[in-house]
Write a protein that binds this ligand. Structure first.
Ligand code: NAD
Length: 476
């Protein structure tokens, strides 16, 4: 392999692999270095998202949802299932196959686009020079030269000193996706996206799930109305969400994890079969550059970058979870494209104000743009419209009437500032909101658009009509 490149990309997660492919498409000679090793001890592309994050969690969410539906919801449709059972091992095998197909798919895409791959650990040792210790040999096997370098090293789960990981008992989010049996009682620390998604999977499959959340407010980043609807729904589904609950200590004894935590009433104790830590992620910004170079980090150890993702080192860029901003795969991918275009001499911008967020509970929570609270803080007068799925013909036909769509429009200009959805398929519905907002649509633009009937999307139409107090299928 010739070691002179135009671009070295460090990390093959959704930020790095997309950057590498786009660089190659733009005619840049590109190599991607990645150190991920899967359970079989083989290099696997795709980073956290494909190997132990977005994809395997969605596979298990889907399987567990189907089970839950067959168990609880089929009867309403006049369907009965005899001897329904969960085979967790088979469920996990399907998930592993989905992961394998997709991670192998990146290798195929790299080949098709002529992106070289090295499975190993990369360190930037000088401007334009990257040293790689190859994974298999653990020897320094490559010194790569490149004009531009992209750091896309991602993030890792935050650890808690009072709950050190312990095989089979105290698990991080990756290990919590690998269980081969349904535990009787699980405690999850953290009611963020990861905690709620993992909690949903195991609760649907039969575990008793307790979630301890340090904050007083449930999902503070979500629109308050939607957060309270979601909380009520998740509690009804069986999740025992305990707010204001701060973990004090843990002890593994007699095959149980004994948990001590503090809430408003004082110190509490409880025992579980598994404890899952889901208290956020931290940037992988350590040991990416050698001591000879200074890579500026912020106080939380994120790599500091400008609006083109340029770091403090010339011709070194950083993208994805390792830089400040939402830790979302799609944000990282778009940064990858922006940087690839910039290196190739083209300038495109990423609209950081319109990055959609989704929490894959059932129903799903999805949003884009500003919440009412943020508009209030920014002293922006708004008109708000909403539509409950209970009034949607399609939602009724699907027996999925829980939730609502809410649209926030600027009171002066009518421009849509935020869309918030709690609904089945919210992850898909939010895309139309992002597109509308990218096109600077007003609520009237959406109100004047024709939506197919019967669809869930009509609820977006009705919510826009409701901004103008002229919804048809609810009282205004
Ligand atoms: P998070 O920051 O979203 O939530 C962690 C929660 O843990 C917080 O609510 C925090 O208050 C709580 N917490 C922290 N320390 C605690 C303690 N000692 N005791 C009790 N509670 C404590 O983090 P996450 O859910 O781990 O997700 C990590 C990142 O990955 C996030 O940036 C998230 O956006 C991203 N992610 C996104 C998705 C998605 O888009 N669907 C899914 C998974 C992860």
């Amino acid at each position: 392999m010739a070691n002179d490149y135009d671009v070295v990309v460090i990390g093959a997660g959704p930020a790095g692999y997309v950057a590498a492919i786009r660089c190659a498409q733009l005619g840049l000679k590109t190599v991607c270095v990645d150190e991920w090793i899967n359970h079989q001890g083989e290099g696997s592309l795709g980073g956290t998202c494909l190997n132990v994050g977005c994809i395997p969690s969605k596979a298990l969410l889907e399987s567990s949802h189907l089970y839950h539906q067959a168990d609880k919801d089929f009867a309403e449709h006049g369907l009965s299932v005899k001897s329904l059972a969960v085979d967790v091992v088979k469920m996990q095998q399907r998930k592993d196959q989905v992961v394998k197909d997709l991670t192998d798919g990146i290798a195929t895409l790299f080949k098709a686009n002529k992106v070289d791959i090295i499975h190993g650990r990369a360190t930037i040792v000088a401007t334009g020079t990257v040293e790689v210790v190859e994974r298999k040999t653990r020897n320094l096997s490559h010194t790569l030269k490149a004009k531009d370098i992209i750091i896309a090293t991602g993030s890792s789960p935050v650890r808690l000193p009072q709950a050190k990981l312990k095989d089979d008992y105290i698990l991080d989010s990756a290990a919590a996706l690998e269980l081969k049996q349904v535990p009787k009682r699980i405690c999850i620390i953290g009611a963020g996206a990861i905690g709620l998604e993992l909690g949903s999977v195991w609760s649907r499959l039969g575990s008793e799930v307790v979630i301890l959340e340090a904050m007083q407010k449930f999902l503070p980043i979500v629109d308050s109305k939607l957060a309270s609807l979601a909380k009520r729904s998740l509690i009804k589904q069986g999740l025992d969400i305990r707010l204001n609950a701060r973990l004090v200590s843990t002890r593994v004894k007699a095959k149980k994890v004994h948990v001590v935590y503090e809430d408003k009433a004082g110190e509490q104790q409880d025992s579980f079969d598994k404890l899952i830590i889901a208290v956020g992620r931290k940037p992988n910004s350590e040991r990416v550059v050698s001591d000879a170079l200074t890579l500026e980090l912020d106080e939380r150890r994120f790599v500091l970058v400008d609006d083109r993702c340029q770091t403090s080192i010339p011709n070194v860029y950083a993208i994805g979870d390792v830089v400040p901003g939402p830790m979302l795969a799609h944000k990282g991918s778009e940064e990858g494209i922006m940087v690839a275009e910039h290196i190739a001499g083209n300038e495109i911008e990423l609209n950081y104000d319109l990055i959609p967020s989704v929490i894959y509970t059932h129903p799903e929570i999805a949003w884009c743009g500003m919440t009412e609270e943020q508009c209030k803080d920014a002293a922006i007068d708004v008109n708000v419209g909403s539509f409950p799925l209970l009034a949607s013909g399609r939602a009724r036909a699907m027996a999925e009437t829980e939730g609502m769509i809410k649209i926030i429009a600027d009171a002066k200009t009518d421009r849509v500032l935020g869309v918030h959805i709690f609904s089945v398929h919210a992850s898909e519905l939010i895309a139309q909101a992002v597109l509308m907002m990218e096109m600077q649509a007003t609520s009237e633009d959406i109100a004047l658009t024709v939506f197919a009937h019967p669809t869930l999307s009509e609820s977006m139409h009705e919510a826009a009509l409701s901004v103008q107090k002229r919804a048809i299928h609810i009282k205004n």
